[in-house]
Design a protein. Structure first.
Length: 227
């Protein structure tokens, strides 16, 4: 626990479908990250909870969200319905931007598995509303043509032993035209279960948001300084 650090935690219902979520807001929040979970995961994922805790320690709020209702999740095809998942991420961003606890904060997205494709597609369609994106063991390739329209700085994190997913992410990276980076965590498999790999993944994600999840004025100032 970081000295002076505190984050409230509240179960929330998000959007028209009353999607189940967990909103945590540090007392000096400077941004908010919406988590888009993928296949076989939920707002209670221990891996994503670890990432969220690292973000809280850096004064970022988080919304861990189930993109599907309990009934929808029973139908396996919904897990791969990228249009449906993207619509849910967009609803979550809209909810974040209208909730008094988070409406003033810049928004980032953290996606895993198929949720990564939904996060990237949402970032492309929301343009300036999303400031940074991180994908963990994701399927960014499933975002299709939306990849070329993403403007938010994007980090793709994959395990070094997750060979098929490395190939898919490498191909997706070529289609991204934004500031981008592929981070390969050595020896990690798809779920980052090997010793130390989850921590390295978490550090990489938190570092990316620390660099790029900034208010619009700070982004413009940074861009001006690089000219």
């Amino acid at each position: 626990m970081v000295e002076g650090y505190f984050a409230s935690r509240e179960d929330v219902s998000v959007g028209p479908g009353a999607l189940a979520g967990i909103l945590s807001v540090p007392d000096r929040a400077r941004g908010v990250v919406v988590f888009a979970h993928g296949s076989g995961s939920s707002r209670n994922s221990p891996r994503n909870a670890k990432v969220a805790a690292a973000l809280h320690a850096r004064n970022f709020a988080t919304l861990l969200l189930d993109l599907l209702t309990v009934e929808e999740a029973r139908a396996r095809h919904n897990v791969f319905d990228i249009e449906l998942l993207t619509a849910r991420v967009i609803q979550a961003v809209d909810w974040i931007r209208h909730d008094p606890r988070t409406e003033h904060l810049p928004v980032g997205l953290f996606g895993a598995s198929t949720g990564a494709a939904a996060a990237l597609a949402a970032a492309a369609r929301l343009l300036g509303s999303v400031r940074a994106v991180v994908s963990r063991g994701g399927r960014p390739d499933l975002a299709g043509v939306d990849l070329g329209h993403v403007r938010a700085p994007t980090l793709l994190i994959v395990g070094g032993a997750d060979h098929a997913v490395i190939e898919l992410n490498t191909d997706a990276l070529r289609h991204l035209t934004c500031l981008k980076h592929l981070e390969v965590i050595p020896h990690a498999t798809h779920l980052f279960e090997e010793e130390g790999t989850l921590e390295r993944m978490t550090d990489a994600a938190a570092h990316w948001f620390n660099l790029y999840l900034l208010p619009e004025s700070a982004v413009q100032a940074s861009a001006a300084g690089k000219r």
